[in-house]
Design a protein around this ligand. Structure first.
Ligand SMILES: [Cu+2]
Length: 534
């Protein structure tokens, strides 16, 4: 890593504490949120505390920054400025195209004025947040170049790392690829007493892959149809937009907040020396108690938070977070991945380093890992209104098209089987049972596609997984790395797998999306509306 970039990287890692103080005195009820969009009482989140509001101007536009030595890289990025509220609520990832980081207390009102200075339409989706339809970034709200969009919502999510990114239909993959993504970190009264590592010991790490040309410029979908079919895979791994990432850490405990911000790559995360990973949180925040995994399977859109204790390491030693090899999927290798239609030089399943932690001196502070982290109200399957007849979504590849129940995205359409009732608990089943083939000369190929499925507007719980006979290989290599214990908003569905989730539509009526978070699949139409009817 060249010096300049490395300094910036460390600077961006040394982001301030940014924890907000609660002040009970001043909540302006967001007029636009009342009363039709007021949250229905949500059991696990009963009393939403009151805290000051935040108003931010957020501009999406072009920029250049040094990623490598030599020519700067042209990117798209968000630039934030605080209009009202604490300046510490917004942290920039200096030297990165990513960001900013929102640091929010549960209960805060957040207003964001998005200004589009891109050459294309855009809109922001707040991934994982439980907010009204008009705040959620549905592509029909996309704004033209030069236009603005006003967001105004109250944060009712529990403590956790959520994120935000563009969601204009057909353009999401490109806009995220060129740099547009930021983090939305929520803290709450349940989390604070745990005394988890904070300040410089709380490190958000966004893992992505990109391909650069000889002039350091990003190249998207160079393999055309194949990239769109399989999903983009880059040949350079970046953390917070830095390649060959390395970070000086103290011999102390850290909270590593990992986001797979890649368009389609799946990571099999592990410590290089086989030390088990200690997981404290997933998409929707803290687990009930820490769990360990030999490796973690992290698909696009998913987050996982690790407790990394460098305290037992000697000064000068190094810990590497790596992605372990796995066989990949038939679509990502063999004929398509390696042969006549070679894609990335790092196919899905190839091993590589992600980030090196260089352990320094001992920190005076000793932070013990809590035994218990949070209370999770478990949905009960017997409470699901469709417990005898789960709502099923068949994920399939037909020719060059990825479909959900045989359909592709239509901006305003909602099918009869895509309507749920506000307040209902349901079982949703994603069934990834049909590979593809047929049409367009694709008949020879067995298109086994993993699909990370994301539901907007909710957090859900994974009820179970079932693998179809004949499809065991990917599951055997990846399923021990799933962390299904907590709240999720994105769940990976492997080829041949059925995944059932329990989801309560408890907050807002409206039209929301569910889709594949392989961004090329989503852009190609593997996305649908569903209606929550009040
Ligand atoms: Cu997909």
């Amino acid at each position: 890593m060249n010096k300049l970039v490395r300094r910036d990287f460390i600077k961006l890692m040394g982001i301030g504490a940014g924890t907000l103080t609660l002040s009970a005195c001043r909540l302006i009820p967001p007029a636009s949120l009342a009363p039709t969009t007021a949250p229905v009482n949500s059991t696990p989140f009963a009393a939403v505390p009151v805290s000051p509001s935040l108003a931010v101007d957020l501009t999406a536009g072009p920029a250049t920054l040094p990623i490598f030595s030599g020519a700067k890289t042209s990117v798209w990025r968000y630039q934030a400025s605080v209009r009202e509220g604490s300046a510490e609520s917004i942290q920039s990832l200096s030297g990165s195209y990513l960001g900013p980081i929102f640091r929010i207390e549960r209960g805060q009102r957040v207003q964001v004025r998005l200004k589009n200075e891109l050459p294309d339409p855009t809109i922001i989706h707040w991934h994982g947040l439980r907010i009204p339809e008009e705040m959620d970034g549905h592509p029909r709200y996309a704004i033209a170049p030069g236009a603005s969009y006003e967001y105004d919502f109250q944060v009712i999510n529990r403590a956790g790392m959520y994120w935000f990114h563009p969601h204009p239909h057909g353009l999401t993959g490109a806009q995220v690829y060129y740099g547009l993504a930021g983090l939305f970190i929520v803290s709450d009264e349940e989390e604070v007493p745990l005394g988890l590592p904070a300040g410089e010991y709380d490190l958000p790490l966004v893992i992505q892959d990109r391909t650069f040309d000889s002039n350091n410029q990003m190249v998207y979908l160079a393999n055309g149809m194949m990239d769109q079919m399989i999903g983009f895979l880059g040949d350079t791994i970046l953390v917070n937009s830095v390649p060959n990432a390395a970070l000086d850490v103290k011999a102390s405990a850290y909270r590593l907040r990992l986001l797979n911000g890649s368009n389609s790559r799946i990571y099999k995360l592990a410590w290089q020396d086989g030390t088990p990973l200690t997981v404290i949180a997933t998409d929707g925040g803290l687990l009930e108690a820490p769990v360990t995994r030999d490796y973690i399977t992290l698909a696009p859109g998913e987050r996982v938070e690790l407790w990394a204790d460098f305290g037992r390491r000697t000064a000068g030693s190094e810990m590497r977070l790596v992605s372990l090899p796995f066989s990949g999927f038939s679509s990502g290798r063999g004929m398509m991945g390696g042969g006549m239609m070679a894609g990335s030089s790092i196919p899905n399943g190839a091993p590589f380093d992600i980030i090196r932690f260089k352990v320094g001196e001992k920190s005076a502070e000793v932070v013990p890992l809590p035994t218990n982290l949070a209370t999770i109200m478990r949905h009960r399957v017997e409470d699901a209104v469709n417990r005898n007849n789960p709502r099923s979504f068949a994920l399939a590849t037909r020719g060059m098209i990825h479909t959900i129940n045989g359909r592709v995205f239509e901006m305003d359409a909602v099918a009869r089987d895509e309507i749920v009732r506000l307040g209902d608990l349901e079982i949703w089943e994603f069934a990834n049972l049909e590979g593809g083939g047929g049409g367009m000369g694709m008949g020879m190929m067995n298109m086994e596609m993993p699909h990370p499925m994301h539901i907007h507007g909710v957090q859900f719980q994974v009820l179970g997984r079932q693998i179809t006979r004949g499809y065991e290989s990917a599951s055997q290599e990846l399923s021990a790395g799933f962390v299904d214990d907590g709240w999720k908003d994105t769940v990976l569905v492997l080829p041949g797998e059925r995944v059932q989730v329990l989801v309560r539509f408890e907050d807002y009526a409206g039209t929301f999306l569910y889709h594949c978070h392989n961004l090329e699949h989503g852009d190609a139409g593997m996305m649908r509306n569903y209606n929550i009817e009040g």
